[in-house]
Design a protein around this ligand. Structure first.
Ligand SMILES: Nc1nc2c(c(=O)[nH]1)N[C@H]1C(S)=C(S)[C@@H](COP(=O)(O)O)O[C@H]1N2
Ligand SMILES: [Mo]
Length: 412
């Protein structure tokens, strides 16, 4: 079976007529040593690392939000999700200039002659098409999301998730298929590894290219510097979303951590969520469902013991902002309603639609004394846009799960 597959993959594809070998298809059409195997392998390592970190942190964010039985996400430290999601957004953004640089180092291979000597070569080239296509799709949809433009609705998170798996699979196939080139590209110049597996004339060619690159050291340094500056500039101009010291240079970030009502940004406004009337209705009650069902007015809530916590809102889109929240402990209300400690609960918003109208509060967060049903932000009643009359705020949790305009708390 594998023998037959090998024979099939190794089958030669007839060469195209020599007359087509013009322009970029000419031999020696790309003399710059920056297109070397070495340059490409080194940029590839950085790009691969960025992809890997971006994929893993994205997976973590998805697991927290989808909450499968086996996955445990703690409520401490409070900044952990800010770190993983900050890394997700930062590595995704850094991957954009890195991908462009990588494509620039390898694009001469597009004009390889003959275009595909064997079926194996054809499959390998098609897999690169898949890799570049899915990587570009991830970076573009991620950027669109960061820019708070949601042309795809629910489709976005689902597509971003599955394309992520395809992209990381394509990376693995690519690294496997290119292993010999990568090993040579990363080997020390002049070491036996640098020419491993090459015919003597290819090895001589590579040595000549290495020497040319060495001579063009300025070109190489300028190239590495430019690539590094590109990555740095993109990161610095967006990191201000979460690091307030960088906010003044945060040209690419759509959200600043201090701009919004009560000094905190807003993602979905009360008007957009269509809750203005229900949220300001004097007949408002918060229901806590349990063996002893509670139906609490705003005054009932204000009469209970109040606690203050400083906790961040950390949006999946990368911005993060800290607030001083005051309200009733969720754990206290669950106990009062007769629910055993460690019960997993669902909180529901007055909102009648939308992706984030409900969220699950897993046991570590439901039992954590810092998890509040907040009535106040920075010592004032919550702004309508921040979730008046009551919102959930829990430590180490994605912003999307800090549900606003609460009306019901019930066992999951
Ligand atoms: N009911 C409801 N709660 C919600 C949302 C929403 O759309 N509806 N958006 C969530 C998202 S994505 C974030 S990042 C935070 C932002 O809270 P803020 O607008 O008070 O800053 O609220 C969360 N709570
Ligand atoms: Mo968010």
């Amino acid at each position: 079976m594998t023998g037959r597959l090998d024979r099939l993959l190794g089958a030669r594809i007839p060469d195209p007529p020599e007359g087509l070998r013009r322009g970029p298809f000419r031999a020696g059409a790309f003399p710059s040593p920056l297109h070397s195997e070495r340059r490409s392998a080194r940029v590839g390592v950085w790009l691969g690392l960025a992809f890997l970190v971006c994929f893993l942190t994205g997976l973590v964010s998805d697991l927290i939000q989808s909450g499968p039985e086996w996955f445990y996400w703690p409520s401490s430290p409070v900044w952990l999700y800010g770190l993983t999601q900050g890394l997700h957004v930062a590595t995704g953004l850094a991957a954009i200039p890195l991908l462009l640089v990588k494509l620039w180092t390898v694009y001469p291979l597009l004009f390889e002659w003959p275009p595909a000597g064997s079926l194996a070569r054809l499959v390998s080239r098609l897999s690169i098409l898949l890799l570049v296509g899915t990587a570009a799709m991830q970076l573009v949809t991620g950027l669109i999301n960061i820019a708070q433009w949601y042309p795809f609705g629910f489709f976005f998170p689902v597509a971003h998730y599955w394309t992520g798996w395809i992209a990381i699979g394509a990376v693995a196939v690519h690294v496997g298929a290119k292993a010999p080139e990568i090993r040579r590209g990363l080997a020390r110049r002049g070491s036996p590894g640098a020419t491993a597996g090459l015919a003597p004339e290819q090895a001589a060619e590579l040595a000549a290219a290495d020497a040319a690159e060495e001579e063009g050291a300025i070109g190489r340094r300028a190239f590495v510097l430019a690539a590094g500056l590109g990555v740095g500039a993109v990161t610095v101009t967006t990191l201000g979303q979460s690091v307030s010291a960088l906010a003044p240079v945060s040209l690419l970030a759509p959200r600043l951590p201090t701009v919004g009502p009560q000094g905190l940004p807003v993602n979905q406004t009360a008007a957009a969520a269509r809750v203005r009337e229900t949220a300001t209705d004097p007949g408002y009650r918060l229901v806590v469902d349990g063996p002893r069902r509670l139906e609490l007015s705003l005054a009932d809530l204000a009469r209970r013991p109040q606690h203050t916590e400083t906790l961040p809102i950390t949006c999946v889109e990368g911005w993060s902002a800290s607030g001083r929240w005051t309200g009733v402990r969720l754990a206290d209300l669950l106990e009062e309603a007769g629910l055993p400690r460690g019960t997993e609960v669902v909180v529901e918003s007055l909102q009648t639609g939308g992706l984030y109208r409900t969220s699950v509060v897993a046991p570590p967060h439901a039992a954590d004394p810092r998890t509040l049903l907040a009535l106040q932000l920075r010592g004032e009643p919550l702004a309508l846009d921040h979730g008046y009359p009551v919102r959930l705020i829990a430590p180490n949790r994605p912003g999307a799960m800090q549900t606003k305009w609460l009306t019901l708390v019930r066992p999951a």
